[in-house]
Design a protein around this ligand. Structure first.
Ligand code: DHE
Length: 550
């Protein structure tokens, strides 16, 4: 069937090229012809292709298409070899990849992008990428919108609700964030926050919730108002995945750090007003020596130390862990620790002294001693580790930090407490079924359960279910299928403040939902659905996020 599709595509694209050549018009929208004189694209198509690429592809392939987690997507590779090519025949091959995905982890775009959009992308990828316009202090300051000045905000909560147990829930495709009261499960408000919000973080006091999205926009939400409200916004760049706040004693709620995918930079911003304070570009040499200078050096995960006035920012393509001292926010002191490529997501061990981050392209977990700003160890775990922030459990094997893997069915347990086998994988287990696709793991200090999703596994029975393991025996306790009336892929977990409930999102289906389980007996407590529940992804409990409980 796939062969037949490919043949039809080949014929269709060949016909298209013929008609393109035949219909060539001498107007201002004249298609650009490239290398082989076969592929052509108009300015309007170029603009649309750039937007699709930015929204859907840049995360893995890089904004300038030079590759990262995914390969280069350039017509001519930097080393001069013809890479994607510039012919309609190559376009047909590209279409097959885009439609069907790859075993390496690229999702199938058929059904997500329209037929026309896929066709456009096959041509877009065969012309040189457009240049990225400059974005510096001038542009960032111009984007800054202080909606409610600090002096006009309430000095104490205007309600009797329990802010510590609020949940911020991302409605990804709607570009919104819902604030839900975790005690009553009531939706308090749904706020428009920007395109494809990626993560939320909370201020050290827990009062403010910050969101950042794929459009680089940071939105600041105040939980003290009767209904949570947006008090400031700023655009830190064109594209981003992470934001964090200063959490060290004396710096609570003072500064915010923005990690730019595009442009690749670290921006420090006033956490009370969102006024930009400084920008530090992250381009530089790769971790393995001075052989390669990397311009597109995107900032992946960021965590805020509780033991020192620093953030740990992970420079993806360079494989550098940057320890950013924010005591002088206009001129931050940055210590770079070479590690491995490409750095992606990670979190603290249970003491908060060590930070563990996935170098996903090299199948490794990097361990950093934060107060001493030192590399502790680089540990081989498995095919494309994807821990999220990871999670911490404790059993006879010791204190263990856990990661799942995208490329294979494996959960790895790294011992973090001193003694024999510290910083070693002391146990590996499999989740149910075959293949990888796990994105997130989660437990809680008060829980005896470890939760694992399989979001990117192609098998619908696996990607719509979650596995729950016993943290003592590491045996599978139960596989929880999507409840009746809910469909899509299960993704990401969050505990409530008490550590006795787990919230799971269902997205990419017809019936999105947030399913809340009783963590003690694994029964359903509540299913949250409604028009406003649109492709929910990450969920962030205020108390757990503020205190890095995972
Ligand atoms: Fe994420 C975390 C980047 C795709 C949902 N994601 C992160 C982090 C990074 C990142 C760097 C760590 C932030 C931190 O802790 O500071 N994610 C990327 C990508 O580059 C990638 C692969 C492709 C892209 O274009 O964005 C990608 N991520 C996804 C998804 O497809 C997910 C499932 C849904 C979505 O938003 O599109 C997704 N990512 C999440 C979530 C977190 C996250 C929910 C926060 C996890 C946490 O518990 O902290």
């Amino acid at each position: 069937m796939k062969k037949l599709n490919l043949l039809i595509v080949l014929i269709a694209v060949a016909t298209l090229s013929f008609s393109c050549k035949k219909d060539k018009k001498e107007d201002s929208n004249e298609p650009k012809q490239v290398a082989s004189n076969v592929i052509s694209i108009t300015d309007a198509e170029m603009e649309k292709g750039s937007a699709i690429f930015f929204d859907r592809c840049a995360g893995c392939h890089g904004s300038s298409r030079k590759g990262a987690t995914g390969p280069h997507l350039l017509p001519i590779a930097p080393e001069g070899n013809n890479y994607l090519g510039t012919t309609v025949l190559k376009a047909a091959g590209l279409r097959a990849f885009i439609e069907n995905g790859t075993p390496g982890g690229m999702p199938e775009w058929k059904g997500i992008l329209t037929e026309d959009e896929i066709e456009l992308m096959t041509r877009f990828l065969q012309v040189d990428p457009p240049a990225i316009p400059p974005y510096g202090m001038k542009e960032m300051t111009a984007s800054w919108n202080l909606i409610i000045p600090v002096a006009d905000r309430p000095t104490k909560p205007q309600h009797k609700r329990n802010i510590d147990n609020y949940f911020g829930v991302i409605m990804r495709d709607a570009g919104k964030v819902a604030i839900i009261d975790g005690d009553t499960k009531e939706k308090l408000v749904v706020l428009k926050t920007g395109f494809a919000v990626h993560i939320l973080r909370t201020s050290a006091s827990g009062r403010y919730i910050y969101s950042v999205g794929r459009d680089g926009r940071i939105t600041m939400i105040d939980t003290y108002t009767d209904v949570p409200s947006i008090v400031a916004e700023v655009k830190g760049g064109f594209d981003a995945r992470s934001v964090e706040v200063s959490k060290f004693k004396g710096f609570e709620d003072k500064y915010l750090v923005f990690g730019g995918y595009s442009p690749s930079h670290i921006a420090i911003i006033d956490a009370q007003t969102l006024e930009p304070l400084s920008i530090t570009p992250t381009a530089g040499n790769a971790c393995d020596g001075d052989k390669e200078y990397i311009e597109e050096a995107r900032v992946a995960s960021i965590v805020a130390s509780h033991t020192d006035p620093v953030w740990i920012c992970n420079i993806k393509e360079r494989g550098m862990v940057a320890i950013v001292d924010y005591t002088d926010p206009r001129s931050p002191k940055i210590t770079e620790i070479p590690s491995a490529r490409f750095l992606h997501d990670g979190g603290f061990d249970s003491t908060g002294h060590y930070f563990l981050v996935a170098a996903n392209a090299s199948n490794k977990i990097v361990v950093i001693d934060v107060p001493n700003k030192k590399l502790v160890k680089i540990i081989e775990t498995g095919n494309t580790p994807h821990p999220g922030r990871g999670t911490n459990i404790k059993n006879d094997l010791g204190n263990l930090w856990v990661t799942s893997h995208l490329g294979e069915n494996k959960l790895s347990f790294i011992k973090t407490n001193p003694g024999e086998n510290q910083w070693t994988v002391v146990k590996e287990i499999k989740a149910s079924g075959n293949g990888g696709g796990a994105l997130f793991v989660k437990s809680h200090p008060k829980s005896k359960h470890l939760w694992v999703d399989r979001t990117l596994n192609p098998d619908a029975t696996l990607n719509s279910a979650v596995d729950v393991f016993d943290t003592n025996t590491l045996e599978l306790k139960k596989t929880l299928k999507a409840p009746e009336g809910v469909d899509g892929r299960a993704v990401h977990f969050e505990y409530n403040k008490a550590g006795d409930e787990v919230w799971v999102s269902y997205f990419m289906g017809e019936k999105s939902a947030i399913v809340i389980y009783n963590d003690k007996d694994l029964t359903i407590k509540k299913i949250i659905q409604g028009d406003w529940v649109e492709n929910p992804t990450g969920k962030f409990n205020v108390y757990n996020t503020t205190h890095d409980i995972y």
